[in-house]
Design a protein around this ligand. Structure first.
Ligand SMILES: [Cu+2]
Length: 165
C-alpha cells in the first residue's frame, strides 16, 4: 500500500515537472521567435519595394505666393504599385515647404510598410522628401489629399492604385 502511494506521487511529481518544462520552452519560443516576427514590417512584394520608376513632384519657384496657382507640379499624381509608387517631392523653390496630409486619421495616412505619410518639419530649398507607397485597395484608388503647412493654399493629391498588369 505504502509503496504504491510513493510511486504514484513520484509519477505525479514528474508529470508536474514535464508541464513546467514544456511551459518554459513554449514561453521562451514565443518571446524569442514568435514576437520578433510579429513586430517585423509587413510582407511587401519585391516589385512594390523596388518599382520600375518614380514619380516626381516639383515644388516650383514662387510656390509661397497665394497668387500663383501652380505650386506642387503636378498637383494630382496617380501612382501604380510596382510602376512608379516611389514619390519624390523636390523643393526647387527658395522657400521651405511641407508635404502634410489633410487628414489626421492615422488609418488613412499610414502606409503599412512605410509608416505615416508626410514630411517631418519643412523641406528646405534644394531638398527632397520621398515616400514609398506600398498599399492600394483591391479595386479603385487610395486617395490622399495633402497641403503645405505654412502655405495652406498649396494643395495636392496622391492617388494610389494597384498595377493594371
Ligand atoms: Cu509651402
Amino acid at each position: 500500500m505504502s509503496t504504491t502511494e510513493t510511486s504514484s506521487s513520484h509519477g505525479y511529481g514528474i508529470g508536474i515537472l514535464v508541464v513546467i518544462v514544456a511551459l518554459g520552452v513554449t514561453i521562451s519560443w514565443y518571446t524569442m521567435y514568435w514576437l520578433p516576427e510579429e513586430n517585423q514590417k509587413v510582407f511587401v512584394d519585391e516589385h512594390i519595394l523596388h518599382p520600375n520608376g518614380e514619380t516626381i513632384v516639383n515644388i516650383i519657384d514662387g510656390s509661397s505666393s497665394p497668387d500663383q496657382k501652380d505650386n506642387y507640379m503636378p498637383k494630382l499624381i496617380q501612382v501604380q504599385l510596382t510602376i512608379d509608387n516611389l514619390v519624390i517631392w523636390k523643393n526647387i523653390d527658395t522657400t521651405p515647404h511641407t508635404v502634410t496630409p489633410d487628414s489626421h486619421d492615422r488609418d488613412e495616412i499610414t502606409d503599412p510598410y512605410s509608416g505615416e505619410f508626410g514630411s517631418t518639419g519643412v523641406i528646405m530649398p534644394g531638398e527632397d522628401y520621398e515616400f514609398l507607397f506600398t498599399d492600394a485597395p483591391p479595386n479603385g484608388a487610395k486617395v490622399i489629399p495633402y497641403h503645405c503647412d505654412p502655405h495652406p493654399w498649396m494643395v495636392g493629391t496622391v492617388e494610389i492604385t494597384k498595377s493594371r498588369f
